[in-house]
Design a protein around this ligand. Sequence first.
Ligand SMILES: *[C@@H]1O[C@H](CO)[C@@H](O)[C@H](O)[C@H]1NC(C)=O
Ligand SMILES: *[C@@H]1O[C@H](CO)[C@@H](O)[C@H](O)[C@H]1NC(C)=O
Ligand SMILES: *[C@@H]1O[C@H](CO)[C@@H](O)[C@H](O)[C@H]1NC(C)=O
Length: 330
Amino acid sequence: MRFPRTLDLVILLFSWLPLCSAQRPAAYQTRNFNTINSIYNFTIYPNQVSIIEQVTSESIPELEHLFSPTVSGRIQEIGNFTNFRHSIEYFFGLAPRPQGSQYSAIVEAELVQFSSDCPSVAASTVYFKVALEKPVPGKTFKHTYLKQTGFWHFDEDGRVDYYDLYIPGLHDFATILNGADFSSKLVQLIATKQICQGAQQLCTGANTQYKPNFGINLSGVLSALGLNPLLDAPLINQLGLGILNPGELTCMIKLGAKNFGTFDKLWADTVTCRIVHLMLAAVDPDDHCLHVGPTGGGKCVDYPYVDRLYDDIPLFGERLRFRCPQYGGM
Ligand SMILES: *[C@@H]1O[C@H](CO)[C@@H](O)[C@H](O)[C@H]1NC(C)=O
Ligand SMILES: *[C@@H]1O[C@H](CO)[C@@H](O)[C@H](O)[C@H]1NC(C)=O
Ligand SMILES: *[C@@H]1O[C@H](CO)[C@@H](O)[C@H](O)[C@H]1NC(C)=O
């Protein structure tokens, strides 16, 4: 009598299926999903604009139910952001915005992966759809994607108080976003020049990072950049270093001596790290100009691999912060 038994089993299995798939999420699961979804929704252009305008104010009403005032976290491989202001600047200040002639903006943020096994912890992956030209309704537009994945921790009010997230493939993304090959010497020098000009424009007064040094002249800069005035004449012409002011020339010498770096490892004493922190300095010069400067201000600094990835206690207070209580976590 094997046959009927197997059939019974199959029927039993299938009779459970609709029940399983129709299982309603617990209230905390819906809440955590909505919190993460709302955070990412503020990265969609132009939703972040009003947030950015408020980063230096005491409170940001739109975000009060989403982030704890003591939020702290890590975004691999960008850095750690150990308070509310820095976290907000990271989440929304780095979201692409159309600027000048360059159009780039997040047009969609879809949580393609989500799970939450207890009120305090959730894991998620978002796909940001990034437009590379102004979207016209009903027409296809140039776009690419950016992925962010990792874990979130929530306080008793359901606000994010810790996060440990990762952005894979950021170097390839930056290459596509800028339409530039960052391994080319010319592109590296142009980017360095843009950082120097940007740093001198945004970081002024007490925030000035690169002081004019009147001993500096163009031939000194060329030799610091490893360029030969004769052999590299076409490159030098394309670069247009002649228009730089003395502070910008000081900056070219200082940054020319550093590794250009990669966007896959931004937590380093590199030019690429300063590209990202200049975006943050645009949002909050008092806090971020130092990171763009010659010392890196504790952010654009070479940290050991183990400190960058595993120094969890100062950041999260607990080693098992992102494990649900039923597995011995928080
Ligand atoms: C996303 O933001 C827009 C604009 O503020 C708002 O209309 C929409 O309801 C938000 N969606 C979610 C899921 O929060
Ligand atoms: C330009 O700078 C270099 C190196 O700093 C120095 O050796 C040279 O004398 C300077 N040239 C002029 C014309 O000031
Ligand atoms: C942030 O990261 C740096 C580099 O690893 C480290 O020195 C610092 O202690 C970290 N801060 C916290 C609060 O974890």
